[in-house]
Write a protein that binds this ligand. Structure first.
Ligand code: IPD
Length: 294
């Protein structure tokens, strides 16, 4: 098989993202007829399914030999192969979408040999597009079509410690079990004062779209993002964007500096001097071992 032309894939993904954006903004979000998947906080709408159908058929028509993995058609046991693969979340931030909260994106990733190499994340409500091709840098295209290289500050401030950081975490839709306890205890430790053994972060944010969280870390709007339980389609596109912006993705559990894209546990840190020390400081705050993805 010929080597994928990554720039061509990128340009195609931008077109698809815009087409999907029109479907998303013109929809009347409803869970009627689709509802929830594993529980009442794991939502899916008819729009998620319609967007994924449009995206997958467009991809199969243009790149019939490439594989496809999408949130709404994934079956337990499906695995990511080394073949060139589109990894797609038709609506990342479905809960926000249902509530009319505009932190919503379509996340279009492309991986080769299981490595994310192209990413396009588009928020159709704010008309902001984040995109990257491996080795070519990451960019934000704003509603006026002006294109800015990420991170937004060419030389971001050093990462001096968690007590200077704005940190995104997500509650996810699994609300019981050991991982839920690890998360809740870790959130408390991150926020607690130094006198109480905490990290005293500036604050925590739970914004509801993994893809946009990664882009916000790439841009420098957030310093850190930590999550366990999300999936390859939530992170594949944002991963390339973050790495091309000088950021890093490691395991949410301590010790693994090179997680797989389908690891389901992620810690993302923005560009800045002190990145590795900040990761070690964060890992020391993780209150137990996360089991998801193991
Ligand atoms: C969800 C969002 C959310 C994250 C969940 C994801 P979805 O994706 O990314 O931020 O906490 O783990 O499942 O369901 O809106 O596509």
């Amino acid at each position: 098989m010929a080597e994928p032309n990554l720039q061509e894939v990128h340009d195609f993904l931008v077109l698809i993202a815009k087409r999907a954006g029109q479907m998303i903004t013109s929809a009347n979000p409803t869970t009627a007829g689709s509802g929830s998947k594993k529980n009442s906080s794991d939502l899916v709408t008819e729009t998620d399914r319609a967007v994924e159908a449009m995206v997958s058929s467009s991809m199969r028509a243009k790149y019939p030999s490439y594989s496809f993995m999408g949130e709404e058609t994934y079956k337990p046991g499906d695995t990511l192969s080394a073949a060139p693969t589109f990894i797609v979340d038709p609506i990342d931030g479905t809960t926000n979408f249902v509530h009319g909260h505009p932190y919503v994106s379509i996340s279009l990733g492309f991986a080769v040999a299981r490595q994310p190499v192209v990413g396009v994340v588009y928020n159709p409500f704010t008309s902001t597009l984040y995109s990257a091709v491996k080795g070519q840098g990451a960019f934000l295209t704003d509603p006026t079509h002006s294109r800015t290289r990420l991170p937004l500050k060419a030389e971001p401030e050093p990462l001096e410690g968690l007590n200077t950081c704005l940190v995104a975490v997500e509650w996810g839709s699994d609300r019981s079990g050991p991982d839920y306890d690890v998360k809740a205890r870790t959130f408390r430790k991150l926020c607690a004062s130094k006198d109480d053994g905490g990290a005293m972060v500036h604050s925590l944010r739970s914004l509801g779209s993994a893809a946009l969280n990664l882009c916000a870390v790439a841009a420098g709007h957030l310093d850190v993002y930590w999550e366990a339980g999300c999936w390859a389609w939530d992170v594949c596109a944002g991963w390339t964007i973050l790495e091309e912006a000088g950021g890093m993705v490691v395991d949410a559990n301590p010790g693994n500096w090179e997680p797989r894209v389908d690891e389901r546990r992620y810690l993302a840190v923005r560009k800045g001097v002190g990145q590795r020390a900040l990761i070690e400081e964060f890992w020391a705050c993780v209150e137990g071992k996360l089991e998801v993805g193991l």
